[in-house]
Design a protein around this ligand. Structure first.
Ligand SMILES: *Cc1c(COP(=O)(O)O)cnc(C)c1O
Length: 391
């Protein structure tokens, strides 16, 4: 019999009832060190007092009004985001997938209004993940996501990640945009080299097409800059954000330049919940922390510390781990043993990690994890690896 909850996930037998900072407390009382953050969502850990305060203050005043009216919390967060980024304008969504939908619409509308309605195709790369809607799975093209769900939204060209020649050959007079994650998340924590992001920017400028960055997972301080693309010194025309921006409250956004967004006039897009006062109050509080240069410099320091300790862990367990990769506090352990087994062994040692493609275990700790918690994380991962090796 089908379970009451649609069984689209293989769930671990863990039932967390409370969260405190980098810790998750199981119903049986065990305390798990959380290096997954709900997949890069709980950017400031669990139950951060300032986020709890922002949420409860807003909850006591007003939960929801329609986008038919002014929403000052939304305007405030939009100003925070535009002041801290390349963007001139922001649309708020409830998820990364919805941000993907708007990014696609915005790029197409831009060229439609520019008198080039034939420019509808978006180039994407193997291993990418942009969400689970019919457009977002079409963007990915991955067999395991699209099989059985056709016909798919047309207009995506899938190239091999890192194949520069194929990219040069693929752009034609139907191309409207290139869509890429500056650091692939689900694909296995694969950072695009800075040189390549620069090359993509040049290529888009040369051909007069738009560059879309999906920073749903790698954005909001995760790599030690507010947005990952800042490391390369280039900016996109359109950017998708979600996950960390709400710190655990469902919130996403599309950030764009005035030029890219020019076609999105009244009536062209909407969302009932997108940018509601609760979500934006929390998002603003997240931004207050994460956009602070002092906070980001701490993220970088801790990232260096964690990475160095992970290199030691890999060296100590050559039969389990192969290498460390990633950027900032978005790190991956490329594994020799099956990544899923290592994640499961971690559960046994009360440490939470997240598997990704390419046999990688993802580490996405809260950005405010402490040095002591980093040391404890390594102890627990070490114990997990040892338990696998002796079994
Ligand atoms: C998680 C993710 C998405 C989808 O976000 P949802 O909030 O699950 O819809 C899109 N892009 C990237 C890079 C992601 O990591």
């Amino acid at each position: 019999m089908i379970p009451a909850v649609l069984p689209t996930y293989n769930r671990a037998k863990l039932n967390f009832v409370k969260g405190e900072g980098s810790w998750l407390i199981e119903a049986d009382g065990r305390r798990f060190l959380d290096l997954g953050s709900g997949i890069a969502v709980n950017a400031l850990g669990h139950a951060h007092p300032r986020l709890v305060q922002a949420l409860t203050d807003q909850a006591g005043a007003l939960w929801h009004v329609s986008n038919l009216y002014e929403i000052p919390q939304q305007e405030k967060l939009a100003r925070q985001l535009t002041e801290a980024s390349f963007a001139d304008t922001v649309f708020f969504t409830n998820s990364g997938t919805e941000a993907c939908e708007l990014a696609v619409k915005m790029a197409r509308k831009h060229f439609f209004d520019a008198g080039q309605p034939e420019r509808v195709e978006i180039i994407t790369f193997s291993g990418c993940f942009h969400g689970r809607s019919t457009a977002a799975i079409a963007a990915s093209g991955a067999e395991k996501m699209v099989k059985g769900f056709g016909p798919l939204l047309p207009g995506f060209k899938h190239l091999d990640w890192g194949d520069h020649d194929a990219l040069n050959a693929a752009i034609d007079d139907k191309t409207c945009a290139i869509l890429i994650e500056p650091v692939q998340g689900e694909g296995g924590i694969r950072p695009v080299p800075d040189q390549c992001l620069k090359g993509l920017r040049d290529l888009c400028d040369e051909h007069g097409i738009l560059l879309i960055f999906d920073e749903v997972q790698c954005g909001m301080g995760r790599t030690g800059k507010l947005f990952a693309h800042e490391w390369a010194g280039v900016s996109p025309d359109i950017m998708m954000v979600a996950k960390g921006i709400g710190g655990g409250f469902p919130l996403g956004a599309v950030l764009a330049t005035e030029n890219a967004a020019s076609g999105m006039v009244a009536g062209t897009h909407g969302s009932t919940y997108g940018g509601n006062p609760l979500a934006c109050a929390v998002g603003s509080a997240v931004m207050d922390h994460v956009a602070d240069p002092a906070f980001l410099s701490e993220v970088n320091r801790k990232a260096g510390l964690l990475r160095q300790k992970l290199e030691g862990l890999v060296a100590a367990h050559p039969d389990t781990f192969e290498a460390v990769r990633g950027a900032g506090l978005m790190l991956g352990l490329k594994c020799v043993k099956p990544a899923g087994d290592i994640v499961a062994a971690g559960y046994g040692k009360e440490v939470i990690t997240v598997p990704a493609a390419d046999n990688v275990v993802r580490l996405l700790p809260a950005l405010n994890i402490t040095d002591e918690e980093i040391a404890e994380a390594i102890n627990r991962l070490d114990a997990a690896a040892s338990s696998l090796e002796s079994s």
